[in-house]
Design a protein around this ligand. Structure first.
Ligand SMILES: Cc1ncc(COP(=O)(O)O)c(C=O)c1O
Length: 420
């Protein structure tokens, strides 16, 4: 779509801030140039992301949604996904590190952002300067945060992290009351939330989750009896929010389900669908004779004369070497085995006698004709989990965004870039 000046102005009015538009423009320009140069790309369906978010929002209402966008939004693109979730009504965004929050601020995203890992004392100035919510999980660090906030005349919103059994971060349940009292007294800190994190929400046996929930509830009751209440009470990741409505409190923290993956395997399937596909093209084909080998260390030897297709994707793109000799891809709507050692920048496919030609599309993750390969299957081959498959997709793989439904700012900007 070409963009006229009037439409460009209309696009600007769709944006909450002009800086979001500029940031998206920068992103799309970068990805479209890179996308033209590389045969390999990730496409992200923004309509699908919207749909997935709506499924979650409807399910958990009246609880609100903190959209987890850490690790480049599980590989889908931090700024773009955060903007879609903002448009769809996310109350807050969750990142792993303050650098990700800064990236979002610099792109103009105005939503509250919570850093989901324990902050370091040296980061206090960044939290103050960029208005980012912090986990309160250590008194020593919070002292530094309060001091820095006072120095700057700022207030840092904080969420008390309660360690109910994950034993990764947070305050032990029996220490929370004292810690919370102290926190409320600190000028420069504003306790706005209290949280915990489940260790086994996606496991068949719910016993440990119930125990964590029991401890969290007991802490909440204790605090309430002492007159301490929090607008944001949160515990549930994707699996918990789907399986245990009791865990939703006032805010839920979904990640994987927003990107279209079922958060646990044991129940009814949610009507979400993966938003990300990873494709490349065949760059060369060659015939090899029975007994000949391919790639490093000659791990694969052809049983008969066959055709080997070369695809310019490797472990440096996040297609892990653990997939060597285990994975399949799609070409012409059919599955073919990826053979031999996966190289840094290339992998090899045994297409047998199929008339595969250079330039043909290869699907590593996604759908082609009637066939599909999604992150669960890749994860199974790699002895991993879908989270790792998605977040491993490297930064040198261009992300291309598509959406059809909504004539909103993102679409108009995309059109503008295409027309430049
Ligand atoms: C603290 C916290 N909350 C929420 C999530 C989201 O989890 P999921 O992707 O399983 O929904 C994560 C992800 O690792 C997390 O660390």
């Amino acid at each position: 779509m070409l963009l006229t000046a009037a439409r460009a102005r209309a696009a600007v009015s769709f944006c909450v801030r002009g800086s979001i538009l500029r940031a998206l423009l920068r992103h799309w320009r970068r990805s479209s140039v890179a996308g033209q140069m590389r045969a390999t790309r990730v496409t992200v369906d923004l309509d699908q992301l919207r749909h997935n978010f709506r499924v979650v929002r409807r399910l958990v209402a009246p609880a609100s949604v903190l959209a987890v966008v850490k690790a480049n939004a599980y590989g889908h693109g931090l700024v773009e996904c955060a903007e879609i979730f903002r448009q769809e009504g996310a109350a807050m965004l969750g990142v792993a590190f303050v650098e990700e929050a800064i990236q979002l601020r610099q792109a103009g995203n105005p939503l509250p952002i919570l850093v989901l890992t324990p902050p370091q004392a040296e980061e206090a100035a960044l939290f103050c300067a960029f208005g980012v919510h912090a986990l309160a999980s250590s008194r020593a660090v919070m002292e530094q945060f309060a001091a820095e906030a006072r120095r700057r005349g700022a207030v840092v919103p904080v969420h008390i992290m309660v360690d109910t059994g994950m034993h990764r971060e947070g305050i032990a349940p029996h220490q929370v009351l004292d810690f919370a009292r102290w926190l409320f007294e600190q000028e420069g800190l504003q306790p706005v939330g209290i949280a915990t994190h489940f260790a086994t929400a996606d496991e068949a046996d719910p016993a440990f989750l119930w125990e964590q929930l029991r401890q969290f509830r007991a802490v909440l009751e204790q605090l309430e009896a002492a007159g301490m209440r929090f607008p944001f009470v949160h515990a549930a990741n994707s699996a918990a929010l789907v399986r245990f409505p009791e865990s939703r409190f006032t805010l839920v923290r979904p990640g994987i389900v927003l990107y279209g993956y079922q958060p646990w395997q044991g129940g009814e399937r949610l009507p979400v669908h993966p938003a990300l596909q990873w494709r490349s093209r065949v760059v060369e084909v060659r015939r090899i004779a029975a007994g000949e080998s391919v790639s490093y260390h000659r791990l694969y030897r052809a049983q008969r004369d066959t055709t080997i297709a070369t695809v310019p994707v490797g472990y440096a793109d996040g297609y892990t070497r653990r997939l060597s000799g285990r994975a399949e891809c799609l070409i012409g709507g059919r599955r073919f085995p990826i053979v031999g050692a996966i190289c840094m920048d290339e992998l090899l496919v045994d297409v047998g006698d199929a008339p595969v030609q250079p330039g043909e599309e290869v699907v590593l993750l996604g759908q082609q004709g009637q066939e599909s390969i999604w992150a669960e299957e890749l994860a199974c081959w790699a002895e991993s989990i879908p989270y790792e498959v998605l977040t491993a997709i490297g930064s040198r793989v261009p992300r291309v965004y598509c959406q059809e439904e909504q004539a909103d700012a993102a679409q108009l900007v995309h059109g503008a870039v295409a027309g430049v």
